[in-house]
Design a binder for this molecule. Structure first.
Ligand SMILES: Nc1nc2c(ncn2[C@@H]2O[C@H](COP(=O)(O)OP(=O)(O)OP(=O)(O)O)[C@@H](O)[C@H]2O)c(=O)[nH]1
Ligand SMILES: [Mg+2]
Length: 193
């Protein structure tokens, strides 16, 4: 996929602010600090278009990125970040729920998990939640560079089984460090749009 154009359209917190250009959307989901924004940058070959940080809680709004006027990536704040107030957590939950439940342009989710760890209760809950809305999910098992090559298949299997992934959903081994899985991720994303 050749990316000629990649730009932030809007950082939204409510539905009135969503773009109205009717392009298909793919949204990111995953624990805070897992690598969602980095995943977007890797696919777009842009260093810091989506802002990333070594500290969790970097992305706080729904950020809509126009890609080649063909599709939109929606970067979403991560869950599981401890250092937020109850009120703030509730308003994020509402923001994400509104988007996932109402957005007609949404055609699939990229759920990012850390290949090193067994998916958390929140990861499982998120996957189930997405399935409840009947959304197709591509699971990205990222940070593959941090697991030795011979151990990766075992970790992939653990992710698949813990999430109880449906067989229509794809899981892709990925690393933003090495670019592993980038072509496959694009293929599956374009397949959904
Ligand atoms: N080694 C390695 N590090 C990664 C990879 N992907 C992301 N990271 C690092 O993980 C950290 C968090 O990345 P972000 O992309 O900001 O995470 P996020 O999921 O967008 O986090 P929030 O915005 O807080 O929800 C950064 O320090 C990245 O450099 C990867 O594939 N390999
Ligand atoms: Mg982010």
């Amino acid at each position: 996929m050749k990316v000629n154009k990649a730009e932030l359209i809007i950082s939204a917190v409510k539905s009135e602010q969503y773009p109205n250009n009717r392009l298909p959307e793919i949204a990111l989901a995953g624990r805070s600090n897992v690598g969602k924004s980095t995943f977007i940058n890797t696919l777009l070959t842009r260093k810091n278009l989506a802002h990333t940080s070594s500290k969790p809680g970097k992305t706080r709004t729904l950020n809509f990125y126009n890609i080649n006027d063909d599709l939109i990536f929606v970067d979403v704040p991560g869950y599981g970040y401890a250092k937020v107030s109850k009120a703030e957590r509730a308003s994020w939950g509402k923001m994400i729920e509104t988007y996932l439940s109402e957005r007609e342009e949404l055609c699939g989710i990229v759920q990012v998990v850390d290949i090193r760890h067994k998916p958390s209760a929140e990861d499982i809950q998120m996957y189930e939640y997405l399935k409840y809305f009947e959304l197709p999910v591509i699971v990205i098992a990222t940070k593959a560079d941090k697991v030795s090559k011979n151990k990766r298949p075992k970790h992939l299997k653990q992710v698949k089984e813990t999430l109880q992934m449906e067989k229509e959903d794809k899981i892709i081994l990925f690393s933003s460090e090495t670019g592993q899985g980038k072509d496959e991720a694009w293929k599956e994303i374009l397949h959904l749009t």
